[in-house]
Design a protein around this ligand. Structure first.
Ligand code: ASP
Length: 327
């Protein structure tokens, strides 16, 4: 028997179609947006994401949900976002790891240069070399002597191959010529907890997490990883000025979306990030934690894309030369 739609069913179907069209016309965002953080909650990348996400939830009138997707130095999260639906509701915040992973991982499940849409860079963040509070070395000079004498028993925490804490630790290890045992965590949030509990000896991490612990005196600070001293920690000497000339690791952050994400979502998410950086509840807080807002040309999709390309090329020979990076 042929199927005949009743007039009521036809009206209901028409109504549903009309509703869908209207909802679409209302534009993006019409539901919560996920911002994926590739490391554990409480760490420095997470701190930046949550500060931004809070302000963006207000300006976009939709919740920006922070999802911590940990593992393999940030590559699990980047791979998941590369494969997520490009519907404008999944974004990724990541750091230098986007540029180092292709050289560090033989089997990467995504290509940072072709599998993403680029939204914007965000902030640059310096790092600090820290020791547990009761480490016998009271300054950098004593630390070097201590490490040389105790290399076998000293360990350094990090957030996995591809994490900046690992990169910084390896560069430090290389610069002083001492082999240290490394201990991986799912992010430097848990690595910091281990340092505070005295379970590990050293950690190199962003000021967006470490500033509070340095100011509270709950860790030992041996130096900062910028060439100039920081305004936020003016008494802290740089590693460069303490005998490691040129030692510099600055963490840059970018916002990405799966390839094919609608332009409207990319543009509006980017605009909301920029507004969040200027928000009086966010900008000054980030600055207090040592973060530096990048110049306007970097606060663009092209600014991020060009930077990532350059960083990917810059790291490739460095990582190749330092075979121990793939440990
Ligand atoms: N600081 C971390 C890193 O070493 C990641 C984090 O937990 O934010 O890459």
């Amino acid at each position: 028997m042929p199927f005949h739609r009743s007039p009521l069913r036809t009206l209901t179907a028409l109504g549903a179609a009309l509703f869908t069209t209207l909802a679409g016309a209302q534009g993006w965002p019409s539901k919560p947006i996920t911002l994926v953080v590739p490391f554990a909650a409480g760490g420095p990348t997470d701190v930046v994401a949550r500060l931004l996400g809070g302000a963006m939830t207000t300006s976009l009138k939709q919740t920006v949900v922070i999802e911590n997707k940990t593992g393999a130095g940030g590559t699990i999260a980047a791979g998941a976002v590369a494969r997520a639906a490009p519907d404008g509701y999944t974004f990724l915040i990541h750091h230098n790891g986007m540029g180092t992973a292709p050289s560090l991982y033989r089997k990467l499940t995504y290509n940072p240069l072709t599998d993403f849409e680029y939204v914007t860079q965000v902030v640059d963040v310096p790092m600090t070399l820290l020791g547990r509070k009761d480490l016998p070395a009271k300054d950098f000079k004593e630390l070097l002597a201590y490490l040389k004498a105790n290399a076998a028993k000293v360990n350094l925490a990090h957030a996995g191959l591809g994490a900046v804490s690992h990169l910084c630790g390896m560069l430090f290890r290389q610069a002083i010529g001492v082999e240290l045992t490394t201990v991986p965590y799912q992010g430097t949030g848990p690595a910091m907890n281990a340092l505070l509990a005295g379970q590990v000896d050293l950690l190199c991490d962003q000021t967006t997490q470490t500033t509070q612990h340095i100011k509270a005196g709950s860790v030992k600070l041996y130096g900062v990883t910028t060439l100039q001293r920081l305004k936020t920690l003016p008494d802290a000497p740089t590693l460069a000025e303490q005998g490691l000339p040129g030692f510099q690791v600055v963490v840059w952050h970018g916002i990405y979306a799966p390839k094919g994400t609608p332009k409207e979502a990319l543009d509006k998410f980017g605009a909301a990030i920029k507004a969040a950086l200027k928000d009086p509840a966010v900008g000054p807080k980030l600055a207090e934690l040592g973060a530096i807002t990048v110049s306007d040309d970097k606060l663009t999709p092209a600014g991020l894309q060009t930077w990532l390309q350059a960083e990917t090329q810059r790291y490739a020979p460095v990582i190749k030369a330092a075979g121990q990076f793939a440990d």
